[in-house]
Design a protein around this ligand. Structure first.
Ligand code: SAH
Ligand code: SF4
Length: 339
């Protein structure tokens, strides 16, 4: 059993169930999350005999790094092989003042968004809390990490239990100690109570909107037929309030001739008027066989300026790591083809 996903009280419980002591758990825990030990052998304050027994029952696995790709801009993408052979990807994005990692929450995704490569692969399984933490620990062993975004493979709110266990570890003082403002959970908009629960962590929320109306959004994102824009907005407003966050980020992928017209920008400005929103315009990362294409820079700039004119807070995401296909689901598919 991989023990990277347990809070200290949970680790104590698991240890006691397996014949170890509370003190053993208290000694092992900081080795896992603070000193980032790779093996039980490193845990010098744990008696040798206990270390031996721990090795027999538990693992500290961050997965096998199958491929580590480095982009010319410093972005790195790792393909991690899990204990059952499934592959997930996680990305490291260095910037001037921060180092962000992008973390996966599921193997595959059931949401089937048309533009998303992960979406075309279908759903395989949820990641355990340990597997979510593994990605963080994998990068923390290499770099100081300041920000985490749940924008890798999968829909984090459909793996709420393990997401929240990981968030507890990430936010805990004297453990990973991330500030709640440095963690962003991205969702396609699942409205079954998870958002209300997530609010207690106070983490930032990003919502994949990608369209200014239900007609376009339903064509791109099947989930919109269940939870449409009208249903989404009031619940997001509520999240903003109860999580005490400053605004909701709306991710808007610009897809050539699909959702990138001036009319779309006007319509978007209208629905977000008086909403505590920040729009993040995302240049599309093409993948082989995708039906969609990136909008031209001119169109992106135009779209931006319309939102700006309407006083909507707006940013354009810099395309990072495009030379290594550092977008949702792409490394995995590439390696599959190579096999
Ligand atoms: N399932 C969640 C989080 C993972 S996807 C969600 O949908 O929000 C993270 C972000 O990457 C989403 O905004 C998604 O729409 C976007 N994305 C998916 N495929 C992409 C691509 N090919 N290029 C750029 N962004 C993409
Ligand atoms: Fe799933 Fe997000 Fe991709 Fe949609 S965009 S298929 S929700 S990972």
């Amino acid at each position: 059993m991989n023990i990277l996903g347990f809070s200290l009280p949970k680790l104590v419980e698991i240890f006691e169930q397996n014949g170890f002591s509370k003190l053993d758990a208290k000694r092992v825990f900081p080795w896992l999350h603070i000193k980032l030990a790779k093996t039980f052998d490193e845990m010098s304050d744990v008696p040798q005999k206990v270390r031996q027994e721990l090795k027999e029952k538990f693992s500290i696995s961050v997965g096998q790094c199958e491929i580590l790709q480095k982009s010319a801009d410093g972005t790195q993408k790792a393909l991690l092989k899990l204990e059952d052979g499934n592959l997930i990807e996680t990305v490291f994005i260095p910037e001037e003042k921060r180092n962000t990692i992008c973390v996966s929450s599921q193997v595959g995704c059931a949401m089937g968004c048309k533009f998303c490569h992960t979406g075309t692969q279908g759903f395989i399984r949820n990641l355990s809390a340990a597997e979510i933490m593994s990605q963080v620990i994998f990068w923390k062993r290499k770099f100081p990490i300041s920000n985490i975004v749940f924008m890798g493979m999968g829909e984090p709110l459909l793996n709420y239990e393990n997401l929240s266990a990981a968030l507890e570890l990430l936010l805990a003082e004297k453990v990973h100690n991330f500030s709640r403002t440095k963690i962003t959970v991205s969702t396609c908009g699942i409205l079954e109570g998870q958002l209300q629960q997530l609010a207690k962590f106070g983490v930032k929320l990003a919502v994949s909107l990608h369209a200014p109306n239900d007609n376009i959004r339903s064509q791109l994102m099947p989930i919109n037929r269940k939870y449409n824009i009208v249903a989404l907005l009031p619940i997001l407003k509520e999240y903003k309030k109860s999580s005490n966050t400053e605004y909701i980020t709306f991710e808007y992928l610009l897809l050539k001739d699909v959702n990138d017209s001036a009319e779309c920008a006007e319509e978007l400005a209208k629905i977000l008027k008086n909403f505590p929103a920040k729009v993040n315009l995302i240049p599309y990362n093409d993948w082989p066989d995708s039906k969609f294409h990136r909008s031209t820079q001119e169109i992106i700039d135009k779209f931006f300026s319309i939102l700006f004119k309407h006083k909507i807070r707006v940013t354009t995401r810099k395309a990072r790591g495009t030379d290594i296909l550092a977008a949702c689901g792409q490394l995995k598919s590439k390696s599959k083809r190579n096999n």
